[in-house]
Design a protein around this ligand. Structure first.
Ligand SMILES: [Zn+2]
Ligand SMILES: [Zn+2]
Length: 336
């Protein structure tokens, strides 16, 4: 028998360490895809994530905001999104710290991004009086007020933040962080000691997602709410306390309340099952949950958009006594 040499790609696929640990965002494509997904959700076109009429207007408004993010990401000059000095990044990585920390000093250029997003929304404001009112308020914020709002948004605290302003400030910060994250060297960025925080920026994940395709096939990733990086975490593990013993899944279909054992990767799910597109991963150790979206069952899942649109699932899991592990940057209206 003739021995066949392995191609480089095949060798990689045999290497367990070749699982991509970190998927950096493709910032421009990200916002374009997110806006499209939000519109599909608003039209109630996604079978696994039914959206009630009360939510549809809000999702369309957020789609317009994400359109503005995409436009600004594509049009502002590259220096707006300049990375910190290479030495500073290396120092962070050497100390196992995130290279673009949300808790650190932020580039003043984020306020340019914020202004550019408001400009993008002007045509919409011309048609919608409420939008015009919000934009007028946002334009009146001075630098100190904006920085205060940005501090609160990035620290994920609701105190002192006008919930009406927060999504717009969050949107500007997301553009800055995603555009910078997309320029990092992925293999150089190592997981943090706490795998529940984003290795790029130290922020919380907004949701998790099971990816398909290439070397990410079937792996679960946590999706950062700030910079949109995705980092690997094994399945059936709490993304808040990292315990594994009391995990369960809840979907909008009551029949799917399966025990964790059934989520064993060895059990191959039939693809395109709408009841498995959006589920809440609950943990009875810390009594929190995060949603998990499954690309095996809907190719176009988008963690942040799908999380925003699946509020019904939040209500269901909330009634069962679980608290959300972290918020959605584009949703502050129901903030306590
Ligand atoms: Zn991040
Ligand atoms: Zn937990």
């Amino acid at each position: 028998m003739v021995q066949r040499l392995l191609e480089p790609g095949e060798i990689e696929s045999l290497d367990h360490n070749a699982i991509p640990r970190l998927l950096l965002p493709q910032a421009r494509a990200l916002f374009t895809a997110r806006a499209a997904r939000l519109r599909q959700l608003a039209n109630n076109d996604i079978i696994g994530i039914p959206v009630g009429e009360s939510m549809q207007g809000y999702l369309r408004l957020m789609a317009a905001l994400v359109d503005a993010q995409a436009a600004v990401a594509a049009s502002l000059p590259a220096h707006t999104f300049a990375l910190p000095d290479a030495a500073e990044i290396t120092l962070s990585l050497d100390h196992n710290m995130p290279p673009l920390p949300v808790s650190g000093a932020r580039p003043a250029s984020w306020r340019t991004v914020f202004g550019a997003i408001l400009d993008q929304l002007e045509p919409l404001a011309a048609q919608q009086p409420q939008m015009a009112g919000v934009l007028a308020q946002l334009r009146e914020l001075d630098a100190a007020q904006l920085e205060g709002c940005a501090d609160a948004v990035l620290a994920e605290v609701t105190e002192g933040v006008d919930p009406l302003h927060a999504p717009f400030v969050a949107a500007a910060l997301q553009v800055v962080w995603a555009m910078r994250a997309s320029q990092l060297d992925s293999p150089a960025v190592q997981p943090l000691v706490t795998n529940t925080l984003c290795p790029v920026c130290g922020s919380h994940p907004v949701a998790s997602v099971i990816r398909i395709g290439g070397q990410s096939q079937g792996y679960r990733y946590l999706h950062c709410g700030a910079c949109a990086s995705e980092w690997h975490m094994v399945r059936v593990k709490c993304s808040c306390c990292e315990h594994t013993s009391k995990i369960a899944y809840q979907s909008l279909e009551a029949a799917d309340n399966q025990p964790a054992a059934a989520a064993d990767p060895a059990v191959i799910n039939k693809a395109n099952d709408p009841s498995k597109v959006a589920r809440a991963e609950t943990c009875d150790d810390c009594k929190t949950y995060r949603k998990i979206f499954n690309q095996e069952h809907d190719f176009n899942v988008e963690p942040l958009a799908d999380d925003l649109a699946s509020l019904t699932l939040d209500l269901l899991v909330g009634e069962a006594g679980y608290a959300r592990a972290s918020g959605n940057p584009l949703l502050w209206f129901n903030a306590a």
